[in-house]
Ligand binder design. Sequence first.
Ligand code: GDP
Length: 283
Amino acid sequence: MAGFLRSLYHKLSNTAEVDWDELEAGLVAADLGPRLAMQLVDELKDLGREVTADDVLEVTRRHVADRLPPDQPPPLPPSSDKPFVFLIVGVNGVGKTTTCAKLAHWLQRRGSPTYLAAADTFRAAATEQLQRWGERLNIPVVTGPAKSDPSSVCYNAHQQAIREGARYLICDTAGRLHNRHNLMEELSKIRRTLAKQDPAAPHLTLLVVDANTGANALQQAKEFHKASPLDGFILTKMDGSGKGGVAVSIFDQIGVPPRFLGTGEEPEDFALFQRGRFLEEMI
Ligand code: GDP
């Protein structure tokens, strides 16, 4: 992760006076959003004295911490005999399919048998990709024919997961956002179908967003939240140039908390979101 404030801090430490425009631009470039960047700069200006690099660090850290949720407990399977169902949504290319596999691996490594449903039937490669992950990680993957109804794949997967006593089911979905109406229909049909076998399912709907896409990720979160209420999001590609600030913007503006972070292409490159650690690495 970039530790965007570290470079800003060094720069400020070596200059006599803060360049406010440059500072604001730096905060916006870190994906904290123009509103928060402006608030931070205003608060620093209001200190009414010469502002040091330490002031900038302290004020930014405080504001960012206030805009991130406290650590959430890991999702636990319910005490019932039905599996805990994740509905994973997001646009193509953000790392959705990889994330489904990583999440399944994460859960299975904690001793919970997990099933995957390849409900992105629109993109044949997505099903094949998930199947490959399943073989590699020893996780059953339920698939359907190409272009078949994604909700029927989820229904079958749910049925199998219940029958086999799985503790978790993760449903990968298609990521076409260009037609919000269709997407909304598709996601709500999947939700209705899952609820047929367990009224509480899906238990957690998580959006996958790419940390490198900045403000676009916020826009995607807004769109998806309208289409299918989100319980949280997973920020992927935190090993790239993304600054992670978008996690702050999404939680601050939509109230949807980050739940997991993806930090690479390997199955182990996946972790629960933890505020303290995130702040340390980000700032
Ligand atoms: P989908 O279209 O959203 O399902 O995306 P994929 O799962 O196919 O992933 C797209 C690309 O992103 C693949 O090359 C993945 O290996 C890569 N990817 C996914 N998550 C991460 C991550 O956390 N870090 C990095 N560096 N690459 C990732």
